[in-house]
Design a protein around this ligand. Structure first.
Ligand code: MLC
Ligand code: AMP
Length: 512
């Protein structure tokens, strides 16, 4: 069996001198320095711990923890042991986590210590036998147990077409789907991005994104690891603190909200950015205004790229020269990625015309976990994946995203699926039906808004509905505003006209 394990490829890129600093924490009580040797040994001990559990091959290891360097090591250790990493947003509450455990049937769950009570109850009930804790202060049963294991470990042999990670992404209807990404998907994309973004020896990455989604976990992390680059590691994004570290760094990746928040700081100057080589934006549309302001204030041209959980990265603006980075576009299809635009009858459209974006390439996932029908439905007969994004390709190859055919709100880089929130609202006392939309928001790009119709004779209170949602679902999904109305606008077919609601509320968050 050939060795296609992503971990092996990443480890091969470690520098010859393993005693160099690989990761430096920026927001712990005192800065901590982790060398490449620490990563090598820590991941070996955790991988040995996983092996000692005698799990079946390709067991899922679900992880819902606060960001820490040990959490990074855990991700690498799962790859190293040849199991399947399943990251979960740490804002998810019990009902959300219950679904993921039931669906993915992880053999291991690693949670924050404060959540051990409810997580272990759920996990044991659903058949997960191993629950460990890991906190961002280097405590927890995972590390305590790993400490008893050897610090050398031979990485499991994996084929490049075997699954390395499952990333859940909600569907427009129904429950979340687990996108299965293989070692080969992740490695091929990481290698393409290393070239595309001109990583050079000596680059230093500021890592300030969460590591439970594609952007922070794969794009940023793999980039730095494959380039043997030091990382300045933020547990959470804090604009002033990040700007203060820019002079020591050369690469930064963020969702647009991060750039908007940094622009609000007076300390963001050309001087602060003088050693930076590149700022990359993605996960949500970057406003032209943010692109222009960033250029004016820092002298740097933001490089916007486009991707998704199912495909990792698909397009990127050119690295060089910076004048080729065109604001409002997501650049060109990356080498090896096929990208086409089609109409509703699946006919390819000529340059400049707007339609659905379809893609293919070595980066495209191998399907949704245990959902062969949904997988089949998302691919065309000739094997292209339907992204659900709507856009155009200009005559010179630049791709522009103009919207989405999927009913999805992207708030601060997090995806919120209206159907899911509507499902929760519709079950609440006094609610007959609801519609959830996204409207422009100055900080989050889009802000979630709910419009609710009461049952006859009922008078649900907007604040009470919001409070009730907060007890059940991740707070970033909770509508920032909720309106109770007599009825929803519908078209002749009876379909709710969300475009009218979006129009009606379009200045809700921006008019101040
Ligand atoms: C936090 N809140 C949000 C929110 N983030 N509300 C809407 N949208 C968001 N994105 C809410 C919280 O629920 C809370 O509400 C309040 O804001 C404060 O929470 P916080 O934790 O203190 O927020 P903060 O740390 O300021 O977080 C904001 C943020 C974060 C922008 C730093 O959202 C973030 O890191 N976003 C990046 C997401 C990301 O990595 N996406 C990549 C996906 S991969 P309350 O009511 O409780 O006070 C992908 C593919 C690709 O899309 O192409 O990359
Ligand atoms: P996710 O499912 O979390 O991976 O989100 C992927 C979605 O984010 C894509 O399908 C797009 O809708 C959106 N997205 C990612 N990058 C960009 C970008 N640069 N511009 C616009 N939308 C983007």
């Amino acid at each position: 069996m050939s060795q296609g394990n992503l971990f092996t490829a990443l480890r091969r890129a470690f520098p010859a001198d393993l005693d160099q600093v690989a990761v430096e924490t920026a927001d712990t009580a005192t800065p901590l320095h982790y060398t490449w040797r620490d990563l090598e040994r820590g991941t070996a001990m955790m991988a040995n711990l996983l092996e000692s559990l005698s799990l079946p091959p390709l067991s899922r290891v679900a992880v819902q923890v606060d960001k820490s360097v040990e959490a990074l090591m855990l991700y690498l250790a799962v790859l190293r042991a040849g199991h399947v990493y399943l990251p979960l947003n740490n804002a998810y509450q019990a009902a959300e986590v219950e679904y993921f455990i039931g669906d993915a049937e992880p053999a291991v769950f690693v949670c924050a210590g404060r959540h051990f009570g409810w997580v272990s109850t759920l996990a044991f009930r659903l058949g997960t036998r191993n629950v460990f804790t890991l906190d961002d202060d280097r405590s927890g049963s995972l590390l305590a147990r790993a400490a008893y294991h050897a610090d050398v470990h031979e990485p499991a042999r994996r084929r490049s077409d075997e699954i390395a990670a499952i990333v859940y992404t909600s569907g427009t209807t129904g429950r979340s789907k687990g996108a299965m990404l293989t070692h080969g998907n992740l490695l091929s994309n990481a290698r393409v991005l290393k070239d595309a973004w001109g990583w050079i020896p000596g680059d230093v990455l500021i890592h300030a994104l969460p590591i439970f989604h594609v952007h922070g976990l794969f794009v940023a992390l793999h980039g730095a690891l494959l380039n043997a680059s030091r990382m300045i590691w933020f547990g959470r994004f804090e604009p002033k603190a990040v700007i203060a570290r820019l002079p020591e760094a050369s690469v930064f990746m963020g969702v647009p909200t991060l750039y908007v928040r940094m622009l609000a700081e007076a300390s963001l100057t050309r001087g602060a950015c003088r050693h930076m080589r590149i700022f990359i934006s993605g996960s949500a549309p970057l406003l032209l205004d943010t692109f222009a302001q960033w250029q004016q204030r820092t002298g740097h041209t933001l490089l916007e790229r486009y991707g998704m959980s199912e495909t990792v990265m698909l397009t990127s603006n050119p690295y060089s020269p910076a004048s080729g980075r065109r604001g409002g576009t997501v650049g060109f299809a990356l080498p090896g990625v096929g990208l086409r635009v089609h109409d509703e009858l699946e006919q390819p459209l000529p340059a400049g015309e707007i339609g659905g974006i379809q893609v293919r390439g070595p980066n495209v996932f191998s399907g949704y976990w245990r959902m062969p029908e949904k997988t089949a439905a998302e691919f065309t007969e000739d094997g292209w994946f339907r992204t659900g994004d709507v856009g155009r390709i200009d005559a010179d190859g630049y791709v522009t995203i103009v919207g989405r055919s999927k009913d999805l709100v992207i708030s601060g880089g997090y995806n919120v699926y209206p159907a899911e929130i509507e499902g929760y609202l519709n079950e609440m006392p006094g609610v007959a039906e609801s519609a959830v939309i996204g409207v422009p928001h100055p900080d989050f790009g889009e802000g979630v808004v709910a419009v609710v119709v009461p049952r006859p004779g009922a008078a649900p209170d907007a604040q009470a509905l919001i409070a009730s949602l907060k007890c059940r679902i991740a707070s970033f999904k909770v509508p920032k505003s909720l309106f109770v109305v007599p009825e929803l606008p519908r078209n002749a077919m009876g379909k709710v006209q969300k475009n009218l609601l979006r129009e009606q509320h379009k200045t809700l968050f921006t008019r101040a």
